[in-house]
Ligand binder design. Structure first.
Ligand code: PXG
Ligand code: PLP
Length: 443
């Protein structure tokens, strides 16, 4: 294919053939931003620019980039066992990883099913929920409840329970029996909250209304992100997750926490469920599981759910589901090494210890031009901007570009700037992020 006429750098390959995900392809190919190397907190572009990564890749490189221990584990594994059949056959590291993960998970969550991404984790968890009820003789429980503004990946299941219109509107009718709770973000009531907002726990009661509408006997599961990340960091009001848990218990509905972003230190603990003290029935995760180094996701489930499947002849398949690369050896090796780093370097505690510094620094942007809200928890944060009239997303995109030019990578979604720095960030890194965003806002 012809080389893009406006191609900027001779050092890059032809950019045309790659259809990039969630990207304005035509704009990108005229203004390429290509990262060719990374180390620790920093990424380096193909033309040698050094950038502080304030999003840890895409909320995933929690141990920082190219951590030597993770790199070495992947290299060793690649030479020892590239692949082992994932159906009817296993390899040692994937069992070890399941043991290690379930030790970190909340009490009673004792089993791990491996997949390759957050989207696959979500679709897997939804299928588990449907099958679980059917095995228990409640086959009428087929309805799935998501939430407005939720992101649960791009599979048909995750898209259906998701609540971001742009991700849904092009793709037809999706799963048939789905409903949505309202989201919990209200600028007039819970803006500028430091940590969790006080207002909004009652929004969980909307689940009672959905139960009244559909009847509990038709509802299989509710899925929520403990903190909604992709849509712009929406925090659960104090008491909200507890209330969802109570209502689900009352009606025999499974509660799924989608912790693709929230786990592995992002919320100052191994899992957000631990930090919030609310135990779901299933947890979906990915991203930080391998610190982003090899694709991997997981569904962690309560003992009772696993046991419900363990019926029938012992040699029969209990769950007709799985992926060629479920529990891939490279991913398992990366996952074990990532856990070694998180625990060995105390990164979950580090995130918790930095939380206040992070909060104070971010809230220092209050009063800067166009800032209408600031939200934070653990090492996650968001600065919401007043959109330019008639041009939604334009203002945040401008800030993204200015920050990139000034040496800091941030993420934007709508008119919100989102942050999720590596857990290895320090005070001077936090200062650099906030100063760079501040200059971009003033410009
Ligand atoms: N659930 C949640 C809660 C997520 O945040 C997924 C599922 C899907 O994971 P995969 O691995 O299939 O992408 C996610 C992913 C962003 C952004 O900043 C967020 C995600 C992915 C890419 C970009 O908008 N979250
Ligand atoms: N499509 C075809 C034709 C396949 O043979 C397979 C797996 O064997 C898949 C899709 C699913 O691929 P994966 O297991 O990597 O999700």
């Amino acid at each position: 294919m012809a080389r893009n006429a406006e191609q900027i750098s001779e050092t890059l390959p032809d950019l045309e053939a790659y259809w990039m995900p969630f990207t304005g392809n035509r704009y990108f190919k005229k203004h390429p931003r290509v990262i060719s190397r990374a180390e620790g907190l920093y990424c380096y572009t193909h033309d040698g620019k050094k950038l502080l990564d304030a999003v840890a890749g895409l909320w995933c490189c929690n141990a920082g980039h190219c951590h030597p221990r993770i790199v070495e584990a992947i290299q060793r594994q690649a030479a020892e066992l590239d692949y082992a059949m994932s159906f009817q056959v296993g390899h040692p590291k994937v069992f070890e990883l399941a043991n290690r993960l379930t030790e970190l998970a909340p009490e009673g969550i004792d089993y791990a099913f491996f997949v390759n991404s957050g989207s696959e984790a979500v679709d897997t968890a939804l299928k588990m929920a449907l099958a679980y009820h059917r095995l228990r003789g409640e086959a009428s429980r087929t309805r799935l409840i998501g939430r407005a503004r939720a992101y649960h990946g791009v599979g048909f299941g995750g898209m259906s329970v998701g609540g971001i219109a742009a991700n849904r509107k092009m793709f037809g009718s999706m799963l048939p029996a789905v409903d949505h709770l309202p989201h919990t973000h209200d600028l007039s009531r819970n803006a500028w909250s430091r940590g969790l907002p006080q207002w909004g726990a009652h929004l969980a009661d909307e689940l009672e209304n959905l139960v009244a509408l559909h009847d509990a006997s038709t509802i299989a599961a509710v899925i929520v992100e403990p903190i909604a990340g992709s849509t712009g960091v929406l925090l659960p009001p104090v008491g909200y997750l507890e209330r969802l848990r109570e209502i689900c218990d009352r009606h025999g509905i499974l509660l799924i926490f989608d912790e693709v972003i929230c786990a592995f230190g992002r919320c100052g603990d191994s899992f957000a469920a631990n930090r919030f003290g609310v135990i779901p029935d299933l947890i979906t995760t990915a991203k930080g599981l391998t610190s982003g180094a090899v694709p991997m996701g997981a569904v962690l489930v309560k003992r009772d759910i696993y046991q419900t499947f363990m019926t029938g002849p012992e040699n029969a398949i209990e769950f007709f589901h799985g992926y060629t690369y479920s529990g891939h050896p490279l991913a398992a090796a990366a996952g074990l090494a990532a856990l070694d780093v998180y625990l060995g370097e105390g990164l979950f505690e580090r995130a918790r210890a930095l939380e206040k510094t992070w909060e104070d620094a971010l809230h220092g942007l209050r009063g800067e031009p166009h800032v209408i809200d600031i939200r934070n928890y653990g090492l996650i944060g968001a600065v919401e901007l007043e959109p330019i009239a008639g041009q939604p997303t334009a203002r945040a995109l401008k800030v993204f570009r200015d920050c990139f030019d000034a040496g800091v990578i941030v993420r934007t979604t709508g008119d919100t700037i989102a942050f999720s720095p590596p857990l290895t960030i320090d005070e001077s890194g936090i200062e650099q992020i906030v100063d760079t965003v501040c200059s971009a806002l003033r410009a």
